[in-house]
Design a protein around this ligand. Structure first.
Ligand SMILES: C[S@@+](CC[C@H](N)C(=O)[O-])C[C@H]1O[C@@H](n2cnc3c(N)ncnc32)[C@H](O)[C@@H]1O
Length: 221
């Protein structure tokens, strides 16, 4: 691809994983409502998924200002009616901005008529501290209505074991960069999810030794 001359960043992996991820999203997401994407990164997934998941609304977010600038620049290049501006969201926050109703961009939007029905997190939980995984589960537990979906994508350990030598090497490289990062064990993620009334519906093998993991918000508080 040509190097963009604006704030747009490019993550080559998004071009490889977006089609397989879309296939799963089309199958597991509710057919309407708003999808909150946490840790949107460059924003390339957002501009790819939004038109393909219409009439659902896509709300990208990231705590990193450069990422939000990139998401906004991709959105400017590919504007879609159902793609919101990026939100400043760190999943570790005890209250997420979507809970306060104080987002200026939304004053004239239809957010209230398209409530949040799903949260999507692609490649975040291993590249952030464990507190981010816990924050994600807590936010999903607070925000999702009964039946709402939490979708995770990334590498996972199964039964405390890596599923491939390349995932083991990736884990080691992540931990060398930041000792709080690392490929998570699916059992620990499920335990954290269950504590927030999220039940695992399915896992789905994805290319390059990644998994899709789908949770659903149960009705018991
Ligand atoms: C590897 S990138 C993945 C970006 C994108 N989802 C993708 O697959 O290309 C990890 C992202 O997680 C975000 N992130 C890290 N800690 C976070 C947190 N506590 N809350 C929300 N996002 C976080 C980073 O800013 C970064 O954009």
């Amino acid at each position: 691809m040509n190097i963009p001359d604006d704030a747009r960043q490019h993550a080559p992996a998004t071009e490889r994983n977006r089609e397989p991820i879309l296939e799963v999203l089309l199958r597991v997401l509710p057919s309407s409502g708003t999808i909150l994407e946490v840790a949107s990164g460059t924003g390339e997934h957002a501009v790819f998924f939004a038109p393909r998941l219409s009439p659902r609304k896509w709300l990208p977010s990231d705590p990193n200002p450069q990422s939000r600038a990139s998401i906004a620049a991709w959105r400017k290049k590919f504007p879609f009616d159902n793609l919101y501006p990026p939100l400043d969201l760190d999943v570790r926050a005890p209250i997420w901005p979507v809970e306060t109703g104080a987002i200026p961009e939304w004053r004239n939007s239809d957010f209230n008529t398209s409530p949040l029905f799903a949260i999507v997190s692609i490649n975040m939980i291993h590249i952030s501290p464990w507190s981010a995984s816990l924050g994600l589960m807590a936010g999903a537990g607070r925000l999702l209505p009964p039946g709402g979906i939490l979708y995770l994508y990334g590498p996972f350990k199964l039964g405390s074991k890596h599923t491939s030598p390349s995932n083991a090497a990736f884990d080691e490289a992540l931990r060398a960069q930041d000792s709080d990062w690392g490929v998570r064990d699916l059992d620990e993620i499920v335990t954290a999810a269950n504590a927030q009334h999220l039940t695992m519906l399915e896992t789905c093998q994805m290319p390059a030794n990644n998994l899709s993991v789908v949770f659903q918000r149960s009705s018991n508080q």
